[in-house]
Design a protein around this ligand. Structure first.
Ligand code: ZN
Ligand code: ZN
Length: 614
């Protein structure tokens, strides 16, 4: 565009005048770490105020967590002052918004408050004598009408505490972000952590660890992280950042957690880095793997998020509306397919043997076949309804039978999609091509994708039609043809279950040595008999039933046999007749089929081949 010289000059003068008249639209935060034993973070925010009032809000939820947390409940001692330090009037107008008024605009005004930060997790902050882990959505309010303004933060911290954040540093205590969304998507770890770093593809990667004292363990683990990073960058073909932080907490009292951010991730584990303890039935999802395999899984999952969900994201997920639930049908893709790529990365990089990968997918397929939820709610519905279920915690009706998480569901959908593409394109295309195309077309800061755009891009990248697949397995509730798709890669699905045993379809709890029905499998012989949750089982064919012998008594009878049950229901004893069914196949293992075709072997080799970069 060519402009006349006079016009350019005129606009330049106007610009100077404007910036003198109006304070620059920048959000200036100050965070002070004082009195760690009180667990209180002190926050100040100064903004250029215009109009009669300014509303300041704290998010109700945090991106990546999809649950209403209401961070405003941690705020205390709110106050507001004008540029001369005079106290301003404020009032809360809803659960998370403070309205400040009574100032003469335009001028800078400042709000101040404290945040109670006493719990370390992926979506919480903690400040104590050991560290300050600062999670933005819980700590930093935003002026509702200035969310897009640039941000600057000054942190006052104890002199011996180090600081790690992916935000741009202006000096040792000042950090900048282009807007509020990016600002709160960069947590801070402040304290006496240990660190290792490495370079891949010209970018720097930092592993910042709190809770692990042995530098050697951190170094050894960083070598493994480097393989994950190199493999995923190689697959995606490009890296849209220059520095990335793995912020790791080892805390015996903590739960497993991991949360993705734009240029970093925060992961927490209750075991030490490199823990080789084998996992048994207590965690069936990871049965047969080691604790370190969970570390690698989380790292590979969170790192893949830097593309899938942080940059390739459903249009609904950013810019964010933090005040209420944000709905999308695509979390099976954003979370589940991220799981799929995590496991694929581990086998491609050599960190997992083929046996380990087969063990993991045997566990996942068993989980899928034991669950019944996907028959009642589709992958798209589970994503939309995530706000209701809060990861299935607590007492929530018949959720055990009607819920199936979009993590394993999306993982298996990714597996089926990839194997379908590889098989139908004769090993020429893959889901990797679709992800590279998605990154190119939608990668942040470009706008997110609509569902129609998502499928249009996958269709163009793979040359296949996806209408039927979507209708049946994503929007619909049909069982995934896992055996068929895995056979394209020469992998067999085998069952461990004794399918000749009798089956009633209930699980029970121990009530002082007696048997109380806790759950009924949908559409099972138990349901057809008329049993209810809460019934007490007294006798099978006139023999007394106790918690210790109920399964033996049941398995004495063959499938198809008719038995008489004596039960107690709400204080009344009654008799029922049940016809026993056959134990369904629920436990699966996978194995390489050596008799499979040459095409299947070649498909598997290309699928599992490393694309690692240096
Ligand atoms: Zn820490
Ligand atoms: Zn995730």
């Amino acid at each position: 565009m060519i402009l006349s010289r006079r016009f350019v000059l005129a606009s330049f003068v106007l610009l100077i005048l404007n910036s003198r008249l109006w304070p620059q639209s920048r959000l200036e935060y100050a965070l002070t770490l004082q009195n760690p034993n009180a667990n209180l973070l002190h926050v100040e925010l100064t903004i250029p105020a215009a109009g009669k009032f300014v509303d300041f809000a704290l998010p109700a939820w945090a991106p990546g967590s999809y649950t209403i947390t209401n961070y405003a409940k941690y705020v205390q001692e709110f106050s507001a002052t004008d540029a001369a330090g005079k106290n301003l009037v404020f009032a809360k107008i809803d659960k998370q918004t403070w309205r400040v008024s009574g100032f003469a605009a335009p001028q800078k005004i400042t709000i101040a408050y404290r945040v109670h930060a006493a719990r370390l997790s992926d979506t919480q902050s903690e400040f104590n004598a050991e560290h300050a882990h600062v999670f933005g959505p819980q700590v930093f309010m935003y002026p509702v009408n200035l969310k897009a303004a640039a941000v600057r933060l000054v942190i006052h911290r104890p002199p011996h505490w180090r600081l790690a954040t992916s935000l741009e540093a202006r000096n040792d205590s000042t950090y900048a972000a282009p807007n509020y969304d990016e600002f709160i998507d960069a947590p801070f770890e402040i304290g006496e952590f240990l660190e290792e770093s490495f370079e891949v593809a010209g970018a720097k990667f930092r592993l910042v660890v709190h809770g692990e004292r042995e530098q050697e363990s951190i170094y050894q683990f960083s070598r493994k992280l480097q393989k994950i990073v190199a493999e995923e960058i190689g697959m995606m073909g490009s890296l849209p950042l220059r520095e990335y932080i793995f912020c790791w907490h080892v805390d015996a009292a903590a739960d497993y957690y991991g949360l993705e951010h734009l240029n970093s991730t925060c992961i927490g584990m209750p075991h030490r880095l490199g823990d080789q303890t084998l996992i048994g039935r207590e965690m069936r999802e990871y049965e047969g793997l080691t604790r370190q395999d969970i570390d690698l899984d989380y790292a590979a999952h969170e790192f893949f998020h830097l593309w899938n969900v942080k940059r390739i994201r459903p249009i609904e997920l950013g810019p964010f509306d933090y005040t209420r639930e944000v709905y999308t049908t695509s979390l099976w893709l954003s979370e589940g397919v991220t799981d799929y790529y995590a496991y694929l990365t581990l086998i491609r990089s050599g960190l997992w043997s083929p046996e380990k990968w087969l063990q993991k997918y045997g566990n996942t397929i068993s989980r899928y076949r034991r669950a019944t939820g996907w028959k009642y709610r589709s992958a798209a519905e589970m994503s939309w309804e995530v706000w209701l279920w809060n990861y299935g915690e607590g007492e929530q009706g018949n959720l055990d039978e009607t819920y199936f998480s979009y993590y394993p569901h999306g993982d298996l959908l990714g597996l089926c999609m990839d194997l379908r593409i590889r098989h139908e394109t004769k090993n020429a295309k893959s889901l990797d091509d679709a992800f590279r195309a998605l990154q190119q077309r939608f990668g942040y800061p470009q706008p997110g994708f609509s569902e129609a755009q998502l499928w249009q891009t996958i269709t163009i990248a793979t040359g296949l039609s996806w209408e039927d697949f979507r209708r049946r397995y994503i929007d619909g509730r049909e069982e995934l043809p896992l055996g068929e798709y895995l056979s394209h890669a020469g992998i067999g699905v085998n069952t461990d279950s004794d399918t000749s045993a009798s089956y009633l379809g209930l699980s029970v709890s121990d009530e002082n040595g007696h048997v109380k029905i806790a759950r009924l499998a949908p559409d099972s012989p138990a349901v057809r008999t008329g049993l209810e949750v809460g019934d007490r089982l007294i006798a099978i064919n006139e023999e007394e039933v106790l918690f210790e012998n109920w399964q033996d008594l049941l398995h004495r009878h063959r499938p198809g046999a008719t038995i008489t049950l004596l039960i107690s229901r709400r204080g009344k004893v009654q008799s029922m007749t049940a016809t026993l069914g056959k134990q369904p196949a629920l436990d699966f293992t996978l194995s390489i089929n050596n008799d499979a075709s040459e095409a299947a072997r070649q498909l598997r080799e290309k699928w599992w081949a490393s694309a690692s970069v240096r």
